[in-house]
Design a protein around this ligand. Structure first.
Ligand code: PAN
Ligand code: ZN
Length: 185
């Protein structure tokens, strides 16, 4: 049986090898994501908010396989909100995921099917299990790059539309220097 192998730099999260893709999301790409759209427009549109790497040993959508990835989320703010990922549901709602933080500090924001939102601190060495049927997003609450490794089923898919149109029920905001979940009106 053929084995497929890549390298993971466990200090930085950087992946190297074959079959590695990924995306970069700039301030310009994230129109409408943050509460304070004027603050987003005041930033240099080319500023990178996050970059991902993804190791896909099987085709996307194939049942039974696994994907591995790293997300590098820059430190920064848009108004009182931290730089964060778009956030998504898995298209196959029941699919779960692991996030393992390797550098930096931040927060994993989770919202269940009843739109109840909670967050959990992320720091090097924390491993979070994201259950199925749970929308997930990460915010960088620190001053350095937050890098985390992720593993998810190859048939999960990503649904961004629901979050783009309805958002999470709460946003993680800097309230007097403390990351605080603030319910959306
Ligand atoms: C992660 C995310 C990654 C980027 O690999 O895709 O952190 O976040 P967005 O996809 O929300 O932009 C994951 O959760 N995969 O399923
Ligand atoms: Zn996911």
């Amino acid at each position: 049986m053929a084995s497929t192998q890549i390298k993971v730099d466990v200090q930085t999260g950087e992946l190297s090898g074959d079959k590695i893709g990924g995306v970069t999301r700039t301030v310009d790409d994230l129109k409408g994501l943050f509460r304070d759209e004027a603050a987003r427009q005041a930033l240099d549109p080319h500023t990178v908010v996050y970059r991902t790497q993804e190791f896909a040993p099987v085709p996307a959508g194939q049942e039974g396989g696994l994907f591995w990835g790293t997300t590098f989320l820059e430190p920064g703010r848009v108004g009182d909100e931290y730089f964060m990922t778009k956030g998504h549901h898995h298209t196959q709602r029941s699919r779960a995921e692991f996030y393992l933080t390797v550098t930096g500090s931040g927060a994993l924001i989770l919202m269940d099917e009843k739109r109840h939102t909670v967050f959990a601190p992320m720091r090097p060495g924390t491993l979070h299990y994201i259950p199925g049927n749970t929308a997930h997003r990460v915010a960088n609450t620190g001053d350095t790059v937050l890098a985390f490794l992720a593993c998810w089923p190859s048939d999960s898919g990503h649904n961004y539309e629901i979050i783009a149109s309805h958002g999470f029920s709460a946003r993680l905001r800097d309230v007097g220097g403390v990351p605080t979940l603030v319910e959306e009106p």
